[in-house]
Design a protein around this ligand. Structure first.
Ligand code: ATP
Length: 134
């Protein structure tokens, strides 16, 4: 069993999709082991997205993820990292497959509802940022 860090980004909260998205992870069999509703500042965004801070798409991404409350959570289960990324779908909602969270619910490359850690190393790094007491 493993853990992964998931964000339900501000578009998920604004659109009233927290329950819908969380249900998909739970229905799959993953367990919520930590969850928090909060609005982050730019320094948390920069830590989380450290690998993207120099990229052209980052300033609008930072504005977006700090634009309102989001929900951060840790999910646990068999192959949690890979399973969450499969459920999330491709980064660009326009290209994501039907049946995935982004494929069914997003038409955007930036406002794509969710984040999931991309490896167990990333999960450990990100969990330490969002849930330092875990
Ligand atoms: P995440 O890491 O959030 O699960 P991902 O791994 O599918 O998504 P990354 O390449 O790590 O995607 O990009 C991180 C986030 O940056 C994306 O989820 C999206 O919100 C935003 N993003 C990525 N590429 C672009 C782009 N070309 N234009 C606008 N936003 C982008």
């Amino acid at each position: 069993t493993s853990r992964t860090l998931v964000l339900l980004k501000p578009d998920t909260v604004r659109r009233g999709l927290v329950g819908e998205v969380l249900s998909r992870y739970e229905a799959k069999g993953l367990t919520v082991v930590a969850m928090q509703h909060r609005t982050i500042d730019a320094s948390i965004a920069d830590q989380h997205y450290v690998e993207h801070v120099e990229k052209a798409f980052y300033p609008p991404l930072r504005d977006f993820v700090t634009s309102g409350p989001l929900v951060s959570l840790v999910l646990e289960g068999e192959h949690a990292v890979e399973v969450v990324r499969t459920l999330n779908g491709a980064t660009d909602g326009r290209a994501a497959a039907p049946g995935t969270i982004r494929g069914d619910l997003s038409l955007s490359n930036r406002e794509n509802l969710v984040h999931g850690s991309d490896s167990s190393e990333s999960a450990a790094r990100e969990i330490a940022i969002w849930f330092p007491d875990l």
